[in-house]
Design a protein around this ligand. Sequence first.
Ligand code: AMP
Length: 280
Amino acid sequence: MKIIRNSIELSKTLLVTSRSIGFIPTMGALHKGHLSLIETSIKECQITVVSIFVNPKQFSPNEDLDKYPRNEKNDIALLNSLAVDFLFIPSFDEIYSDDYTIKIQSESLFKVLEGNARPGHFDGVLAVVCRLLNIVQPNYLYLGKKDAQQLKIIQNMIEDFSLKIIVQGCQIIRDNDGLALSSRNRYLSIKERGLATSIYSALGMSHKYFLLGERKVGKLTNIFVDNLAPGLEKSIDYVSIVNVNDFEQCDDIIVDNSLLLVALFVGDTRLIDNVELKLK
Ligand code: AMP
């Protein structure tokens, strides 16, 4: 694996290849969720490029930028054990110029759910992803379904700007007890880690009732809330069902393939998760 920190060097190296390039952008602190994206790219593409960049622009002032886990040595060792071809670790200045003025935004999707809870978050996400895509120019982009709204927004950007990139949304990877893997899980105390498991079991319960024929949004969201570990219902940020195609909120009855999306605090740690509600 070649480690490159300079964007021009990476662009030049990749431009001369006619082989298919798969790209996985990450913020590091790699876990099996990231590795599953990387392994899929290695299977499907001739060249796999991973980036590690903790993007300050996607953190709000009150968020955890300073304490966000960074473990470059560990990450490099993990990636070396896979057949990753290039690891891109840019500095802030490699990505952003001092005086950039152009922002990419989405009319509707920036204002709801994660966009509402984390003002400026998706501006930062698109700012970095757009730049990384231009530097790497991949054929395939691998993103996790855990960040379902981010996946949708990036898909929209790629379509709207006619970028010739195929987006592969990859399944959520979970711990044995069902908790979706996240770099932020390491903030949880042992007690909180136990409580957090109920997010998955509560999602599972809503999913079960959906499979049994329940289509009322209010019922399914209540089932989620009622099955959380006691106390966690007080720290819910949102529990929402949206149409999987356009992320339009379902308010009443589910009539199309949908997603049940949740965000809540366990202690000081904000966790997100979701489950697909597929009609057929
Ligand atoms: P991050 O490092 O948190 O920015 O995540 C980098 C990529 O890994 C994003 O596309 C995430 O959606 C994806 N990802 C993170 N956690 C998981 C998981 N548990 N399962 C699948 N993909 C994940």
